[in-house]
Structures are given as structure tokens and as C-alpha cells.
Design a protein around this ligand. Structure first.
Ligand code: HEC
Length: 204
């Protein structure tokens, strides 16, 4: 009862949450290659992986979502097959001299969605990658902010993520599990896994 009330207080319907679960990519499709991941339509309702990353040198703000299948990952382990990440890359508002406009907190603010980068994994999917650039079973894809498909060549994606093999090729691996650990040691710890996921939709 208490849990339900809290869920209501969070403004979330848990049943709606489970119905938004996307089918694991691994079941929905045969092995995908780089450039073949479809742009999910509902990803902004997925759990937030990391939000509002300020990339000052490249004048971007990035938000990363993870599908529900991926949230089964445990700290220290790999993400399960069926995991998918969506990273939105926004341009930022600029001053007349081209420098990022900063708000009172010294933060940049979003202008337009410029790119959407995807990473998904399934059993054996990495086999299609060049051996030297194999990132486990992850495959990559990129879209323009308009939704148009980006280039299918994922060599640059693979080369930059490759050194993170001990983090399952995921940059914000440590920060994500630290955030989850903080959640489970907070008053929210009394909540079920589903309710914690719902809370992460709010970007806690
Ligand atoms: C120059 C290095 C570099 C290249 C090239 C690169 N990435 Fe990344 N990627 C990063 C970094 C760093 C992050 C973490 C987010 C941040 O702080 O910017 C990231 C994060 C991601 C994430 C979120 C999961 C995570 O690792 O945290 C996805 C999805 C992703 N990249 C996809 C791609 C795709 C698709 C491409 C190629 C089109 C690509 N990346 C190319 C550096 C790179």
C-alpha cells in the first residue's frame, strides 16, 4: 500500500512501466550488424542511464537511455544480451562569439537534437565486426537528429569504445552502478526493482 502510494506520488503507473518494456532486441531480430539497429520510437520513456552530460569542448549535451532488459545487469558483470543504449547528442545555445552560453549555474543549455547514437548487443552479433575492432557482441548505429540514418561505418565508434573492454565497452559503467547503489541505500531501497526503475525515469 505504502509502495503504491509512493509510486502514485512519483506520478507513475507501474503497470504502464512494464507495458513500455521493449522486447529484447535479441528476440526481436536475427543477428544485427553495425548500422542495422532501428531507432526505437519510445526510448525517452526508457530508464535514464545518465542525463545532462555537459561536453564543453565539443559544445554538446548528451542524455543516455537504457532499455529495461539492460537494467538486469549487475555491477561487475556484463550487460545481458538484449541490452540497448540510446544516446541523444544535443547542440548547445551559443553566444554571438560562438562560445557556449552559460546559465547562472555555469551550465550549457540544449539547443537542437543533432545526433542519436545506438549500441545494442545479442548473442554472436560481434562476429560481423572486424576482429581488431570487436567490442564483445555490441553493434553500433547512428542517426541524425531528424531521424535520418547516419553512416553505417562504425569503425570510429568501435575504436573509441574498444579500450573499455573491462567495463563491457560502456563509458559510464562505473557512474551508472554507483548511481544504482546510491538508490538502493536511500529510502527508495524499500521499493521493488520495478519501482526503482520507475524512479530512474525521473532522472534520480
Ligand atoms: C572519440 C571517442 C568516441 C567515439 C568516436 C564514439 N564514442 Fe560513443 N561514447 C564516447 C564517450 C566518451 C561516451 C560517454 C558519454 C560522454 O560522456 O560523452 C560514449 C557513450 C556512448 C553511448 C552510451 C553508452 C556508454 O558507453 O556510456 C553510446 C550508445 C555510444 N557512445 C555510441 C556510439 C556510436 C554509435 C558511435 C559511432 C557513431 C560512437 N559512440 C563513437 C566516446 C566515443
Amino acid at each position: 500500500m505504502k509502495k503504491t502510494l509512493l509510486a502514485v506520488a512519483l506520478g507513475l503507473s507501474l503497470s504502464a512501466c512494464s507495458s513500455m518494456e521493449s522486447k529484447p532486441v535479441a528476440e526481436a531480430a536475427p543477428a544485427l550488424k553495425d548500422g542495422e539497429i532501428a531507432l526505437p520510437v519510445n526510448y525517452t520513456s526508457w530508464p535514464v542511464f545518465m542525463a545532462g552530460i555537459q561536453k564543453v569542448p565539443v559544445k554538446q549535451i548528451r542524455d543516455i537511455y537504457i532499455n529495461t532488459a539492460g537494467t538486469a545487469a549487475k555491477a561487475g558483470g556484463a550487460f545481458p544480451n538484449g541490452t540497448e543504449f540510446v544516446m541523444e547528442i544535443y547542440s548547445v545555445k551559443l553566444n554571438a562569439d560562438g562560445t557556449p552560453m552559460l546559465n547562472a549555474d555555469g551550465k550549457m543549455s540544449k539547443d537542437k537534437l543533432s545526433k542519436v547514437f545506438l549500441m545494442a548487443k545479442g548473442a554472436g552479433w560481434g562476429d560481423s565486426a572486424p576482429a581488431a575492432l570487436k567490442n564483445g557482441d555490441w553493434v553500433y548505429a547512428a542517426y541524425e537528429g531528424s531521424g535520418a540514418k547516419g553512416p553505417a561505418d562504425a569503425s570510429s565508434c568501435r575504436a573509441c569504445h574498444l579500450p573499455l573492454a573491462d567495463k563491457d565497452f560502456v563509458f559510464h559503467y562505473d557512474a551508472y552502478f554507483q548511481k544504482r547503489a546510491a538508490l538502493t541505500s536511500s529510502p527508495l531501497a524499500k521499493l521493488s526493482q520495478g519501482e526503482i526503475l520507475a524512479a530512474t525515469h525521473l532522472g534520480y
